[in-house]
Design a protein around this ligand. Structure first.
Ligand code: MD3
Ligand code: FE
Length: 187
């Protein structure tokens, strides 16, 4: 899987996203799939191309296999977001809600150093719980969990030997577009 992710990063280099207010994020990102997640002064959104104008590479088969095994989803993912955390990178508490079909789960795969993951509920305030995500861990957020607030508080350097220069890669698969069943009882 790591070799396939290196190919994705070669075809679509990691970039530093900016918040809509212009602040650089500490996590570097790229995507695979028909749509990639981008963020800049234009806002958070899915785009058909990398910020440099390149097409996004296909989602690797090893990653799609995990989706098939764990998601129980009706649809296949349209985006695999690749997040790279060096020591010191973090991700603030947020919801994943730039997608049009919340009936489909989000599946994430952690590779490399351990990360302290925090998850809350459907509103920003209130109680949160923290878990360590370790290399090889797969998280499925479906049903009621799909819209919970979550984030990464910190990375524990030197806790994995998978990445020669350390750090953490997180792969997050998502269905992005609306269901073609539309707004029907079945859809
Ligand atoms: C909980 N990534 O890219 S993965 C993100 O480790 C993101 O890089 C984190 O949050 C990371 O948006 C967390 C685990 C995860 C992914 C999606 C979720 C947890 C989630 C969606 C809803 C609730
Ligand atoms: Fe998220």
């Amino acid at each position: 899987m790591l070799a396939e992710i290196r190919e994705v990063v070669r075809a679509a280099p990691l970039f530093v996203p900016r918040t809509p207010r212009g602040k650089p994020m500490s996590v570097r990102m790229t995507s695979a799939g028909s749509l990639g997640w981008v963020s800049d002064r234009g806002g958070y959104r899915y785009a058909p191309r990398h910020p440099d104008g390149l097409p996004w590479p296909a989602i690797p088969n090893s990653v799609l296999d995990i989706w098939r095994q764990v998601s129980a989803a009706a649809r296949m993912p349209e985006c695999c977001l690749v997040n790279f955390y060096d020591q010191g990178a973090r991700m603030g508490l947020h919801q994943d809600r730039d997608e049009a079909d919340f009936t489909q789960p989000v599946v994430s795969i952690s590779l490399g150093d351990d990360a302290l993951f925090r998850v809350g509920n459907h509103s920003r305030g209130g109680k949160t719980r923290s878990f360590w995500l370790r290399s090889g861990d797969v998280v499925v957020m479906g049903g009621d969990a799909r819209l919970t607030y979550h984030g990464i508080d910190r990375i524990a350097p030197g806790t994995s030997t998978l990445l020669p220069r350390g750090g953490r890669i997180n792969l997050t698969m998502r269905v992005v577009s609306a269901s073609d069943l539309g707004d029907t009882p079945a859809g």
